[in-house]
Design a protein around this ligand. Structure first.
Ligand SMILES: C[S@@+](CC[C@H](N)C(=O)[O-])C[C@H]1O[C@@H](n2cnc3c(N)ncnc32)[C@H](O)[C@@H]1O
Length: 233
C-alpha cells in the first residue's frame, strides 16, 4: 500500500477500531478499567485517549526504558496511568499537569505519579529536566508555547522524545472533515485545525529538532533533538 492511511467511512473506522481492540491481547486491566470509567462517567469522554492509543504509549515508554516522564494535559489521567503502568520496571517518576487526583489515590498510583495542579505554562517553570518522554495533550493554543518552553529550557533529555497528540485536529489541518465530528462543534474544529496547522509548521521549521508525523490515531508528532540518533549509538 503506497498511502499511509486507508480510505474509510466513519462506520468502517469504528468497526476496525473495535476489531483491533478485540484482537489485541495483553491490554492493561488498570487502563481498561480507567478507560471504561471515563467513558461511563463523563459526557466529554472523547477528550481522553483511546484504550489502544494508551496501550501504544505504554509500549513506547517501555521500549525507551523511560525513567522520567512528563504528561502535559491530564483530563482523567489515562495517559498518566499508561506511563505509570509502562514504567514499573524502571520505577520512573511521571509528572502530570492538571489531574484527576482521586483516581490515582484509589488505584494506589500516587507513589510514582506526581500531580501538579497548575496551568502547564506556569508549572513548566517550576520543573527541572531532563525528561525522557514528554506527552503533550492539552488545549491546542498551548501547543506552541509549551513545546517552545520545553526546548528553550532544555527539559528534553538528549535521547528523549516529545509526543504531541492530535496533530491532525480530527482532520481539520487539511480543511473540513465533517464526518469525524459533531456538527455543533464545527467552528471549534475549524479554528483548531488552523492553530494546529501553525503549530506543525512551527515545529518543522525549528532547527533544533527533527519531527515525524505519524498518521495514526488523530496524528502524533514525534519530536527529537537533532543529532540525538547519533549520540544514542
Ligand atoms: C485532551 S485532555 C488530556 C487527555 C489525557 N492526556 C488522556 O490521555 O486521556 C486535555 C486536558 O488538558 C487540560 N488542559 C487544557 N489546557 C491546559 C493548560 N494550559 N494547562 C494544563 N492543563 C490544561 C484540560 O483541562 C484537559 O484535562
Amino acid at each position: 500500500m503506497l498511502n499511509s492511511i486507508l480510505s474509510l467511512t466513519p462506520d468502517q473506522a469504528r468497526a476496525l477500531d473495535q476489531y483491533a481492540a478485540d484482537c489485541t491481547t495483553g491490554l492493561s486491566p488498570l487502563l481498561a478499567r480507567h478507560y471504561q470509567w471515563t467513558r461511563d462517567t463523563f459526557e466529554d469522554a472523547d477528550r481522553a485517549s483511546s484504550l489502544l492509543q494508551a496501550q501504544w504509549m505504554m509500549q513506547r515508554a517501555q521500549e525507551r526504558r523511560a525513567t522520567r516522564v512528563l504528561d502535559v494535559g491530564c483530563y482523567t489521567g489515562l495517559s498518566a496511568l499508561a506511563w505509570y503502568e509502562a514504567t514499573k520496571q524502571t520505577g520512573a517518576e511521571a509528572s502530570t499537569l492538571y489531574a484527576a487526583w482521586k483516581a490515582f489515590v484509589s488505584y494506589g498510583c500516587e507513589d510514582r505519579i506526581r500531580v501538579v495542579e497548575a496551568r502547564a505554562e506556569e508549572a513548566l517553570e517550576t520543573l527541572a529536566g531532563p525528561f525522557d518522554l514528554v506527552f503533550v495533550d492539552l488545549e491546542f493554543s498551548a501547543y506552541r508555547p509549551i513545546v517552545g518552553q520545553i526546548l528553550d529550557r532544555g527539559l528534553l533529555a538528549d535521547n528523549g522524545i516529545i509526543l504531541v497528540d492530535n496533530v491532525f485536529a480530527r482532520g481539520f489541518v487539511i480543511g473540513e472533515a465533517r464526518g469525524n465530528i459533531d456538527p455543533a462543534k464545527l467552528d471549534h474544529w475549524k479554528q483548531s485545525g488552523q492553530v494546529v496547522l501553525d503549530f506543525n509548521a512551527f515545529v518543522a521549521a525549528d532547527p533544533r529538532v527533527t519531527v515525524t508525523i505519524w498518521p495514526f490515531f488523530d496524528g502524533i508528532a514525534e519530536i527529537k533533538l537533532r543529532g540525538s540518533e547519533r549520540s544514542s549509538k
